[in-house]
Design a protein around this ligand. Structure first.
Ligand code: DC
Length: 227
């Protein structure tokens, strides 16, 4: 697919559990734009690497896995998904998330995923969330949001998400894991988790998803001249 620099992109980056997935999906729906949840690509890769017992050093095997990723618009015309996606619950699995976070620190993995992510920039626009969408993948995005929330709020949200999928965990363990993953995502040498210099920082602690969507929507409308 061609790269389309004229297609507007809104990026929502931030740590795990800040609500990026829900907020970006709803914003994309409201704008009738495409949506890419980039963490899903990393989680899928982590999950798949676990299934196939591929280790982090095996560039060739990981490259082969990445080459099988296909993204296509969803029925509504605003979403994207991984073709032949494996059981969605597995993607919420903490072991897959942990492996994803480790693989995400490898420069060749990030490089290989760049064109996959950029191919999602299709008309009329793209809302995407992750860690480096505004800093590395789409540095020319029209609006860059950095969504944060307290660790406690994020762990509580993650527990709720897992429970909704029929999975269980302890709040203390989740909090510790989130802190460890944040630390790793923030301190890696390639694409570390940090706001772009021109990002708008939004703290979602105490706000529900709809309130956050509304805030971002208003900011985008004010900046885009759309009434
Ligand atoms: O957003 P998430 O929690 O589903 O992401 C899972 C892991 O993938 C997380 O540890 C960070 C990594 N990730 C990344 O490094 N870059 C992205 N753009 C998205 C996710």
């Amino acid at each position: 697919m061609n790269v389309r620099p004229e297609v507007p992109v809104i990026t929502i980056d931030g740590p795990g559990g800040a609500g990026k997935g829900t907020v970006s999906a709803r914003l994309a729906e409201r704008l009738s734009w495409n949506w890419l949840e980039s963490g899903r690509l990393y989680r899928w890769l982590g999950w798949q690497a676990l299934q196939e017992q591929v280790n982090g050093e095996d560039e060739e095997a990981l490259g082969r896995l990445i080459a099988t990723i296909r993204l296509r618009p969803r029925a509504g015309g605003w979403g994207l998904e991984i073709e032949g996606a494996p059981i969605p619950e597995a993607l919420a699995d903490e072991a897959a998330a942990d492996r994803a976070s480790r693989l995400a620190g490898l420069p060749f993995v990030r490089r290989a995923l760049l064109p996959v992510q950029r191919s999602c920039r299709q008309p009329p626009g793209l809302v995407t969330d992750g860690r480096d969408m505004g800093t590395v993948v789409f540095p020319d995005a029209v609006l860059k949001v950095f969504l944060t929330a307290s660790v406690e709020a994020r762990a509580a949200r993650r527990l709720k998400q897992l429970n909704a999928l029929g999975l269980y965990d302890s709040l203390r363990r989740l909090t510790r894991e989130i802190e460890e993953r944040d630390e790793r995502d923030r301190n890696r040498s390639v694409s570390p988790l940090k706001p772009a210099p021109d990002a708008w920082i939004v703290d979602s602690t105490g706000l529900d998803a709809e309130q956050v969507v509304q805030k971002i929507w208003e900011r985008w409308r004010a900046g885009s001249g759309v009434s």
